[in-house]
Design a protein around this ligand. Structure first.
Ligand SMILES: CC(C)(COP(=O)(O)OP(=O)(O)OC[C@H]1O[C@@H](n2cnc3c(N)ncnc32)[C@H](O)[C@@H]1OP(=O)(O)O)[C@@H](O)C(=O)NCCC(=O)NCCS
Length: 189
């Protein structure tokens, strides 16, 4: 069966990455990357263990979220690996897009085997640039668990400012987590 995008979304190109809409056959590629405790423990909503059907269920929700205008979710793929030109390495999205307040939350994850090569930074820079320049949102914000400083480093590297700590803001697997808030706004973009 030919793979087709599940929803309409502007593709974004960076030096090493292609950010595109998720496709009908991406579920099998998402599962081995997402079924990793090291990835799940720092995400708000990724369950663990992550069963194969969960990837499909998640993909099936995306068209409605895009239709409602509340989300823009890109698959992050490598465009430079000669042997694997369309390798899926993670996902990045603008969530809770508010037209009224002209803002959105940025979220992302990268499969563990691809960490530490600047891919999250490259993808986040492109998504935030799209949000500020193409969508002309006033503000993009992101939150990371305090125990996950590498995500804070990504946000700093793309020019987001530290805005404070939301103490015991989120209950992850039964434990309250402090969340570190970062943001970027038009006037400072
Ligand atoms: C957070 C995550 C997206 C980073 O992806 P990545 O592609 O490895 O990120 P990058 O390579 O672009 O940048 C990571 C930065 O964190 C730094 N870093 C790594 N471990 C760190 C630590 N313990 N403390 C502080 N910084 C750390 C790296 O050195 C790098 O910064 P540098 O370029 O200044 O050296 C990835 O680890 C991930 O998907 N984790 C699980 C899900 C998650 O946390 N998502 C974000 C939720 S807010």
């Amino acid at each position: 069966m030919e793979s087709t995008p599940l929803y309409t979304l502007s593709a974004l190109q960076t030096e090493r990455l292609s950010l595109r809409a998720f496709m009908t056959d991406d579920a099998a590629k998402i599962h081995p990357l997402a079924n990793d405790r090291e990835v799940a423990q720092n995400l708000a909503s990724l369950p663990h263990p992550y069963l194969p059907e969960m990837a499909l269920e998640w993909l099936e929700k995306l068209p409605a979220l895009h239709g409602a205008g509340t989300h823009r979710v890109w698959a992050i793929t490598l465009n430079t690996a000669p042997l694997h030109p369309t390798t899926l390495i993670g996902a990045i999205g603008l969530h809770d897009i508010s037209i009224e307040h002209s803002n959105a939350e940025l979220g992302y994850w990268i499969g563990r085997e691809f960490w530490g090569r600047g891919y999250a930074t490259e993808a986040a820079r492109a998504a935030v640039q799209y949000a500020l320049e193409e969508m002309t949102l006033e503000r993009v914000y992101a939150k990371h668990f305090a125990r996950n400083p590498q995500s804070g480093r990504v946000l700093e590297k793309i020019g987001m400012q530290y805005e404070g700590v939301l103490r015991r803001h989120f209950c992850k697997w039964g434990e309250f987590q402090d969340c570190v808030l970062y943001g970027i706004v038009q006037s400072a973009a």
